[in-house]
Design a protein around this ligand. Sequence first.
Ligand SMILES: Cc1cc2nc3c(=O)[nH]c(=O)nc-3n(C[C@H](O)[C@H](O)[C@H](O)COP(=O)(O)OP(=O)(O)OC[C@H]3O[C@@H](n4cnc5c(N)ncnc54)[C@H](O)[C@@H]3O)c2cc1C
Length: 378
Amino acid sequence: MPNPAGAEGPHIREFEPLKPYTTFKMGGPARFFIEAGSADELCQGLGLARKRALPHFVLGGGSNVLISDRGFDGVVLHPIFRGVSLPSVNTPETHLNVLAGEIWDDVVKFTAERGLWGIENLSHIPGQAGAALVQNIGAYGQQVGDVLESTSVLEIATGTQQVLSPADCEFGYRRSIFNTTARGQYIILGIRLKLSRTPRRVLDYPDVRAYFDERGIKDPPLTKIRQAIISIRDRKFPFPREEKGGNAGSFFKNLTISEREYEALHEKVSRNFSPRVLERLTEIRNRFPAASQIKIPAAFLIDICGLKGYRIGAAQVNESQPLVLVNRGGGTAADVLALALHVRRTVWARTGAALAIEPELVGFSEQELKAIHNFKEN
Ligand SMILES: Cc1cc2nc3c(=O)[nH]c(=O)nc-3n(C[C@H](O)[C@H](O)[C@H](O)COP(=O)(O)OP(=O)(O)OC[C@H]3O[C@@H](n4cnc5c(N)ncnc54)[C@H](O)[C@@H]3O)c2cc1C
């Protein structure tokens, strides 16, 4: 067909299956699919959406989305502009410019190989560099927001480019303005990271400490830390691979609760579970003796509810890491949604804890979204 964005516009595909673009390996077609090689091409894609009165959606590496089996009746914009540049000045702190479509893990590898500290614990997280800001990716004690110097964005309403500071982004646990207050308002074009040439080891996480203790390594070099993280993650986390179906990493967020909320949880767990389970909950609470906010692993709650391995169709709660919902192969997004609803309902009924969903749900009907969001009603 003639290019709907104009003769000079980006290449546009129609009814493009989205399944191959997601790590869940699920999802129907996009009405229009645009691989945008520049901010200008993003604008042209947005123009097409406006002209056709269709919604748009920015799809990075597809590792934090669940796309409906019917697909997305709108314009999918897939950034493909890549590049990492490092100013040659050798100061202790080094600024790294990365374009949004760059593969995040390639950026981590690049920095580890050049002795730049700050994101090594974020090794092997799938997805693109731009999307890393959206939920402020974090792992093993590091978060991308902690090393962000600035980000350049395209403001969708005006088509203008702006530079935002970390304060503007309002980072928190798995959150930023991009997935909360300013959701859908910006497209991230590039990020500028402030890294360090001086070692800044973050080895406090038990798995990381155990890895180096077992090997008798006291001050591991940067590349060894990256290697350790990859090895720990590969052991624990089902990295999505084509032949084995897929997943989108953690499907549920961990809970951060107040002392008062903890008391309510404690009370409900003491009523519905064994003394051993209550002991485990108390051990978790005691990890934060002085904290006003207590972090409760969602995996613990799913586990005590007996949901490990629970399956609907080809969608299953992962046995070793129950935060992850897995597509065992040939699964549908409807299966995953039904499974997520079952998990949320069960955990709510038995512990009173409301699990929040991490991936973005794309292309689902109002009714489907209402069902998943109203999990407290039976
Ligand atoms: C095996 C596995 C392990 C994971 N481990 C972790 C982990 O340890 N820690 C963690 O935090 N996350 C983890 N994740 C989640 C995921 O990898 C991250 O959230 C990642 O940053 C998503 O990037 P993406 O490019 O795949 O984004 P997508 O899934 O394509 O998109 C996610 C969201 O970002 C938006 N978006 C994408 N690009 C842009 C852009 N340029 N501008 C504006 N919005 C954009 C999308 O519209 C969507 O709302 C894991 C996922 C998997 C599958």
